[in-house]
Design a protein around this ligand. Structure first.
Ligand SMILES: Nc1ncnc2c1ncn2[C@@H]1O[C@H](COP(=O)(O)OP(=O)(O)OP(=O)(O)O)[C@@H](O)[C@H]1O
Length: 713
């Protein structure tokens, strides 16, 4: 928490036209007025554009002083410079009232005004006796006296009936004092702020104002014993407190993840926050591998109606995702958002998508709500028709070999096991022979989010009942002589790019991305020949059979299907992918030979244990609808080390032996006798024949918002 004047950054950006004019460059200094404005509060009530040299006649709250830049930037030099004749600085004071203009997003809209007495507890209370200060709650920030706190940092408010006191439970971002800000990390720490209002009613009004932004814990005090009377009297509040029930969530905790401290992290750092926020929790500790998957596949969805929180690494989240989407009611299960508390070794997803690697910050993000939509990639085995879903990355080669070996060192080395296994594998470097085909994204459409385009096409289909209305789309006539049943493609958050397009443009974009042969199909019947061929519960291994003499001369046949009713049928994704028909052999790029790595990223894939600048796929976005493919050709140890070193700065794509492409689908087949494992989000899968990796037609909702401090960078 800092005094309001540190809003300078945001304000000066807002008034940038004043501050950065080239010819008549001015510096805008912002200071808080010593006197309070007419309504008795420290901050003004309106945001107005200011012409240079003018003084606003509105109620004062902030003052801006501008002066020509003349070697001195110091506002204090203005006065003395002004006495130095014509060459002196010409100071003009400009007053601006900032704050609560309805359109202004600067300080938010006022929700509540009044006076409060901050109650300082502990030793400092003797040094600074409590005194009443003006307080103001806006839609973004709570101000009292010269201090303020963002509403995003407030987890809950507690109050008692019949009391004029209330407590704000906040977790502001704080910097470790003894670490320089460029090196240190912002962490959230609990800071309880106690206040007393002039009356009980006013305290209730304050609490009710906060109730719109956070949870309220309303504690009923024990009934008062009347003197000389045996009757107990309940204190009746004149202003009732708004007290909504908290979210209902399932917590899946992997006690073995990371350093094996997930349980302790949850109990000490996370649980207090979730309890403050009034969450109703069912906590399950996993007892064996795949426990989380079984749990997610069988749990009653009402027990996790508001989300499933995974405490551990990417692996436990992956299990929950696969369990949820293997259910018969996958449609309903997909709507359940997933929360992540980073307590594992890597936690790439939460670090990349939210900019969070601290469990406390992750818990606050979950409590504050909001969701981020992220793509789901599916690794589909053609032989068994199994699909394993992932949110982060799928890889084959050196990395999957390291993953396999690292399992041996989990107990002894914890998160360092990847480094140990990597070092050992580097010493005896293997070669990974495989065949890769991929369908590149047309260059002119690289910026288009595939899923959004598909959604828009789907909506057109729903509106019109036929995709024939969509120019450029052709109705497919057959798939091996049959017609095709549908998959819905949906994403509820169209990008700004897509929002700006007309339906016709959207359709054209889609058609270029998935041309006529890549037909979008609308069918009313699903032929019996496409009956489900795989078990509902997905297996971790892609079958146990030896790889058959399957022809690899052709890439996978795929197709996109859009159903007319916009709903998913009961078939699994594997079966649908088999029918995802696309015969564009001329468009597929083919590679075969020996590779050190075939890496298919769903997002940037930053690693918690590495530097902040580290990024495996620097151009990837978690919701761009494409697979980011990295092919690392067979090179020696030194070059491989160079690859990992440059990856710390996101500069490895420039290496001559690294090929990078955005792909709609990647088909991979290890050569007979080559390593037959592939990793998906840190989960090891045994390959039995060729696989295809592509972004799935549905997306996943993750609970939380991107961390503020990091988002500014
Ligand atoms: N009780 C348990 N005992 C043994 N293994 C478990 C248990 N619970 C879960 N697992 C397995 O542990 C694997 C790894 O879990 P998780 O991803 O949470 O931790 P991590 O590997 O340390 O983190 P990261 O995936 O980020 O590197 C999961 O694939 C899961 O199958």
């Amino acid at each position: 928490m800092r005094a309001p004047w540190v809003k300078l950054g945001a304000l000066s950006r807002k008034i940038n036209p004043l501050g950065t004019s080239n010819q008549n460059q001015v510096v805008v200094d912002i200071t808080r007025n010593s006197h309070e404005n007419s309504n008795g509060h420290g901050l003004g009530a309106h945001s107005v554009p200011v012409a240079l040299g003018e003084t606003s006649t509105r109620s004062p709250g902030w003052s801006f002083r501008r002066h020509k830049q003349n070697g001195s930037r110091s506002p204090s030099s203005c006065g003395s410079a002004g006495t130095n004749g014509s060459s002196s600085l010409k100071c003009k004071e400009v007053r601006i009232d900032v704050g609560v203009d309805e359109g202004s997003d600067l300080l938010g809209e006022i929700a509540m005004l009044g006076n409060l007495t901050p109650l300082i507890t502990g030793l400092s209370s003797r040094l600074a006796p409590p005194g009443e200060v003006s307080a103001r709650l806006t839609t973004k920030t709570f101000y009292w006296g010269l201090r303020h706190i963002q509403l995003d940092d407030i987890v809950a408010v507690s109050c008692h009936n019949g009391s004029e006191r209330f407590t704000i439970h906040s977790y502001p971002l704080m910097h470790t004092r003894w670490v320089p800000s460029c090196l240190g990390e912002h962490r959230r720490r609990r800071n309880d702020l106690h206040f007393a209002a002039p009356s009980q009613e006013e305290a209730a009004n304050w609490v009710n104002a906060f109730a719109n932004y956070c949870h309220v814990n309303f504690n009923k005090l024990p009934a008062k014993e009347q003197k000389g009377a045996s009757v107990k009297e309940e204190v009746v509040m004149k202003v009732p407190i708004k007290c909504k029930p908290g979210p209902v969530m399932l917590v899946v905790l992997n006690p073995r993840s990371g350093k094996g401290k997930a349980s302790k992290v949850f109990r000490t750092k996370v649980l207090p926050i979730l309890e403050l926020a009034g969450c109703t929790l069912t906590v399950v500790e996993t007892t064996h591998a795949r426990h989380a998957q079984e749990l997610a596949a069988s749990i009653n969805l009402t027990e996790c109606a508001d989300g499933i929180v995974c405490v551990g690494g990417d692996g436990i989240l992956n299990e929950v995702l696969n369990g949820l989407l293997s259910r018969d009611d996958a449609e309903a299960a997909r709507a359940i958002p997933l929360g992540i508390i980073p307590a594992g070794s890597d936690n790439s997803l939460v670090w990349t998508v939210f900019g969070i690697r601290d469990p406390t910050a992750a818990a606050v993000a979950i409590v504050k709500g909001g969701t981020i939509t992220t793509d789901v990639i599916g690794v589909e085995c053609h032989k068994t028709d199994d699909v394993h879903l992932g949110l982060t990355v799928a890889y084959y080669g050196f990395m999957s070999d390291v993953l396999e070996l690292s399992a041996k060192y989990q107990r002894r080395c914890g998160p360092l096991r990847y480094f140990v296994a990597g070092f050992l594998r580097l010493l005896c470097l293997s070669h990974y022979q495989c065949e890769v085909h991929y369908l590149p994204v047309p260059p002119d459409l690289e910026s288009v989010h595939v899923d959004h385009v598909v959604k828009s096409v789907d909506s057109v289909a729903q509106e019109t009942g036929s995709l024939v209305m969509c120019p450029g789309l052709t109705m497919p006539n057959r798939l091996n002589g049959d017609s095709v049943g549908g998959i819905v493609e949906a994403n509820m958050e169209p990008s700004d790019y897509i929002r700006g397009l007309s339906d016709k443009e959207k359709c054209n974009s889609y058609c270029r991305m998935y041309p006529a042969e890549d037909a979008v199909t609308v069918n009313t019947a699903t032929p019996a020949s496409w009956a489900r061929t795989r078990s509902k519960t997905r297996s971790r291994s892609f079958g146990l059979n030896a790889m058959g003499p399957e022809s690899v001369s052709r890439p996978v046949q795929t197709a996109r299907h859009v159903s007319t009713d916009g709903s998913l049928d009961n078939e699994g994704y594997g079966a649908k992918t088999r029918r995802w028909f696309l015969d564009e052999e001329d468009k597929w790029e083919s590679r075969s030979g020996t590779y050190l790595g075939v890496i298919m990223c769903n997002h940037e894939c930053k690693t918690v244990q590495c530097m902040k600048t580290q990024s495996l796929a620097p151009r990837a976005e978690h919701d761009d609808g494409v697979v980011h493919l990295l092919l690392v050709r067979n090179v020696g140890r030194l070059q491989l080390m160079r690859f990992f070193l440059l990856m710390q700065f996101g500069r490895h794509l420039s290496l001559p032996f690294v090929e990078y492409s955005k792909a709609r689908a990647v088909w991979l087949k290890p050569a007979p006798g080559a390593h037959h494992c592939c990793g998906v989000d840190g989960e090891l899968l045994t390959l039995d024949g060729p696989i295809t990796t592509r972004v799935q037609p549905h997306s996943c909702q993750l609970i939380g918002k991107r961390q503020r401090a990091l988002a500014l960078h």
